[in-house]
Ligand binder design. Sequence first.
Ligand SMILES: C[S@@+](CC[C@H](N)C(=O)[O-])C[C@H]1O[C@@H](n2cnc3c(N)ncnc32)[C@H](O)[C@@H]1O
Length: 428
Amino acid sequence: MIVRREAVLCLEEVSRDGAYANLIVPNYTKKLTDARQEGLFRRLVYGTLENLLYLDYILEQVSGKKLESLDERVLWGIRIGTYQLCFMDLKDHGAIYETVEAIKRLNRRHSAGFVNGVLRSVQRKKEKLLKIEDQEPLDELSIKTSIPKFILEQWLELWGINTVIEIAESFQKTAKFFIRPNPIKIADEILLRKLEEQGYTLDKSESVEHCYSIEKPFHIVETNAFKEGLFAIQDSSSINVVNSMNIESTDTVLDMCAAPGGKACHIAALATNGAVVAADIYEHKVGLIKDYADRMGIKNMEVVQQDSRKERPYWCEKFDKILLDAPCSGLGVIGRKPDLRWKRKREDISELAAIQSELLEMSYKYLKPGGILTYSVCTMSKEETVDHFYRLDNNPNWERIDELEGQFLLPMKTEGDGFYVMHWKKRA
Ligand SMILES: C[S@@+](CC[C@H](N)C(=O)[O-])C[C@H]1O[C@@H](n2cnc3c(N)ncnc32)[C@H](O)[C@@H]1O
């Protein structure tokens, strides 16, 4: 029951304090004793967040109370219980018993009967409860994939319903875990051998160079290979963005929004005789980039705190290439970070698009004539992607490089995060 107890506490922290699950999960897994417990804990936390709308749809039919009126801890208890009964291959009796015991040990002994009753009802009627009935098609998709309707509507502005269904369903599959070997320190094959000797199974990506998935990455950050910076943990789409920049060894590159530093470190490892400037607006995030670069053994990078919307005269016309991996709504990472879908609001999108426009304008000043801009976002809303493309396409200062209106990296094709990337040349 310790795993269920910790899962409820973790989910409570996500909803009560607005904590990001990926940042706090390690604080909880530290308390667990083995890989089996850690695997179950992660599955309960991420699975519950990924299926929240569906779970609440089920629970509304059996709880006899408005879910909003329930004590938060009890609500997370019945949610993780229902997740186990409806979406996991566990013995029902054991799942209910362990969940009720966890609730008792979380100072909610008085609610144990209620939790037990609700979960028994779910167990008895689950086939019927799982049927989604009398809903509009988009509401049905929203419940089935637990993706808020406004997010599906964003995608419908870009694609037809069949593609939107494919995207939504692919975010419900377990997100793959990718790494990128650090060429400064080790060749790909030697790293693979090292990790395989330690029991990890790696698979080379078919579409992205220097990218490998690991099936069960438990405790990977505790390996010496990670601590010594022999590899970076990075999504395949993120690796793909830097691959698309065609970095040359002598390039001088600015990464305008660089924290935590994954792409900047990748660029620095390729621009071996050049230089990288990595900027971020937040002081604490500047520290993250420095730590990342130190671990990776990078010597050709300057890290600065800077609001990149504001002009820094020294940077004007200094760079061969710029990466603008802009702050965005993150709708492309809701597979790996399922709590993001509950944090994001419709109105955030226009605010972020306005910031992206300001950053794009400033990128022009910093490029040398003939220099290349790569703009990327880990999202798929029209305002943050192709709308910028059309604006730049109508601006005589920029020359388009891409044949299409930029490129969407979609999860059902890449098995990674959803991303958008476009490339522009500053006219001389
Ligand atoms: C998508 S993340 C960048 C991820 C990074 N490229 C990587 O691969 O690790 C966007 C970053 O932009 C930073 N940011 C937001 N507004 C900014 C601004 N006006 N100037 C500079 N950085 C900014 C955020 O702090 C955040 O770290």
